[in-house]
Ligand binder design. Structure first.
Ligand code: MV4
Length: 589
């Protein structure tokens, strides 16, 4: 007998598709929801039934709680799976699901709530004897407080948003003189993201590893851990590569941090799959950071290494079944690696690169798994997160997995949009990654972005001939004397294409015909703060203003040293991509 007759998945994209696969295996009927922008999406056709949720902005459709519960009732679903993101860590929604007589395939709402406040979580963990990064469990309310705590803990310190998580609002403060600006900036980001400006302070650890532990807890008091994932490779707190085991964790350390994670889960009466995120210092100390009370994007590396299906475990736990395996039954085999293939352009500051996928072919072969929600012809909307696919491999050891990943990245073909395929090739070939180092600073480096561009296949569409005219490369296959050759020919670019390209290049160079002294915002958003006044002398790299776009704070810095003139933005103002903020001129011009 299946544990449920029918389950509604209130999410989209790859995680919805992935959840439907497990539900099918369990003999459970599947229900999808979709926004108007997602009518043609893969997750819609992957379910037995699908319901339109809307009208309304596409990004908000999946958050329309009332409408989602209506769909559950109309479809006759018995349980709701939230995937990740959207409503997965919303205690109010979890309660509403249970209040409607449905089963919530997730943790108890009270556990979601406690872990949702970073300060409450730190207090609860401290009480339970779980090590947390030294710092405050009470909110910090003034720059003076920050200075006082900095003197106590020793500099540098980290200011973080209390409602936050995932590093949002994180500001590093190296000394008293930086306290005020960092405090205000962290508050602003907390407010922008979570409508809560509360912040707290921790000791700042230099060059740590992000090591998290997967746990499973049932409704009968059994809690086990499935080893760790190392997610140290991040950019602006977005994870890019995840692996298990961590290059920095041996069997003894795994037992220790696994034990810490189990204690942390017990301290909030956890149930379902969850993740204890922590920092591993260079000295080998492990500190609790936060708990993610949902299935995570990177759960797949743990699945590869353990052979388990974590969504299956979530469903069985929600149905009230006791865990079928004990801690000593968990076996980690070889090494698993995951690369997030995002629609982003590494040579353009990882700016989202939405658009239509014109061609698509996934890699295969031994030890390769692809989780994705797209196919050829799919539109990657600008409104949702940029994850196109997760490429996961397993090998007998880390080096085998690394080479297997490079092979699979080469097989992966995604045409029509810019993705991180080339970036991952460049990163995995880099000695820092091969050595299992933290690669801090390398991930963001210009060197890697340039290498990524060289290694992204099929993007060099235009070559420049010696007379300056643009040429287009066209690859054809020919057979010569019974051997196959790929031959590149170069043909002149048509006039209309050349005009369009020149326009694009001009826009990229600065919007106003490429005027070198104009500072423009590279993204559409809202100005949060302006840090300079007209007539101020600035250094190259000095922050001019902060633009919030898609809930991220972006510092717009002076591109050269000089005096600020024609400053045309103020806090609260909406700006368009390419809009001029000010000009920077030579000091006595
Ligand atoms: C820190 C830290 C140093 N000290 N907290 C938090 C969320 C995660 N996305 C990054 N976070 C960090 N929190 C203290 N007290 C450094 C980071 C950090 C980081 C940690 C591990 C691996 C990569 C990182 C990249 C940026 C920041």
């Amino acid at each position: 007998m299946p544990p449920f007759s029918k389950v509604l998945v209130v999410n989209r994209g790859e995680i919805a598709v992935r959840a439907f696969r497990t539900l099918r295996e369990l003999g459970i009927g599947t229900v999808a929801v979709y926004s108007e922008a997602d009518r043609g999406s893969l997750h819609v056709s992957a379910a037995d039934e699908a319901y339109l949720i809307g009208p309304g902005a596409p990004a908000e459709s999946y958050l329309n709680e009332e409408r989602l519960l209506e769909v559950a009732a109309r479809a006759g679903a018995e349980a709701v799976h939230p995937g990740y993101g959207f409503l997965a860590e919303n205690a109010g929604f979890a309660r509403a699901v249970e209040g409607a007589g449905l089963v919530w395939i997730g943790p108890p709402p009270d556990a979601i709530e406690v872990m949702g406040s970073k300060t409450a979580a730190r207090a609860r963990m401290t009480a339970a004897g779980v090590p947390v990064v030294p710092g405050t469990t009470e909110p910090v309310t003034s720059p003076d407080d920050v200075v006082r705590i900095g003197e106590e803990l020793g500099w540098p310190i980290a200011i973080k948003a209390a409602a936050g998580g995932g590093g949002k609002g994180l500001r590093v403060v190296h000394g008293p003189e930086e306290a005020e600006r960092a405090f205000e900036s962290a508050q602003r980001e907390g407010e922008a993201y979570f409508a809560d400006p509360t912040v707290y302070v921790e000791r700042y650890l230099e060059d740590p590893r992000h090591v998290e532990v997967q746990v499973l807890a049932d409704a009968h008091g059994n809690v086990i851990h499935l080893g760790e994932r190392d997610c140290t490779i991040q950019r602006r707190h977005q994870k890019l590569v995840e692996e298990t085991p961590s290059p920095a964790v041996d069997d003894e350390l795994r037992d220790r941090i696994g034990g810490i994670a189990v204690e942390a889960a017990r301290a909030v009466d956890y149930r379902s799959a969850g993740t204890i995120e922590g920092l591993l210092s260079r000295e080998g100390e492990y500190f609790f950071l936060e708990m993610n009370t949902r299935i995570q994007v990177e759960h797949t590396v743990t699945e590869m290494a353990t052979g388990l299906d974590l969504v299956r475990e979530q469903v069985l736990i929600a149905a009230g079944e006791p865990l079928w395996l004990r801690q000593e039954d968990v076996r980690l085999t070889g090494h698993a690696l995951e690369c997030r293939i995002n629609a982003e352009d590494p040579s353009n500051g990882f700016l989202p690169s939405p658009g239509r996928i014109t061609s698509y072919r996934e890699p295969g072969g031994p030890g390769v798994r692809v989780d994705s929600g797209v196919t050829a012809g799919s539109e990657i909307p600008a409104l949702y997160d940029p994850l196109v696919a997760k490429l996961v491999v397993q090998g007998v050891n880390r080096e085998h997995a690394r080479r297997r990943m490079l092979r699979a990245l080469d097989e992966f073909e995604i045409g029509g949009i810019t993705t991180l395929l080339g970036f991952h090739r460049a990163l995995l070939e880099h000695p820092c990654f091969a050595e299992g180092a933290t690669c801090h600073g390398i991930v963001e480096s210009k060197e890697l972005a340039e290498r990524a561009k060289q290694l992204s296949h099929g993007t060099t569409k235009v070559a420049i001939a010696s007379d300056g005219a643009a040429l287009r490369a066209r690859t054809s296959t020919v057979e010569l004397d019974g051997r196959r050759y790929d031959v590149k020919t170069f043909v002149p670019e048509p006039a209309h294409a050349e005009l369009a390209r020149r326009r694009r290049d001009r826009a990229a160079a600065g919007g106003r015909g490429g005027a070198k002294d104009a500072l423009v915002t590279p993204m559409q958003g809202t100005v949060l703060a302006v840090e300079v006044a007209d007539g101020d002398e600035v250094e190259a790299g000095q922050v001019i203003c902060i633009v919030e776009a898609m809930k991220m704070e972006n510092e717009i810095a002076a591109h050269l040293a000089g005096v600020v003139r024609e400053l045309s933005v103020e806090p609260g103002q909406a700006v368009n991509s390419g809009q001029v903020i000010c000009v920077v001129v030579e000091p006595d011009a």
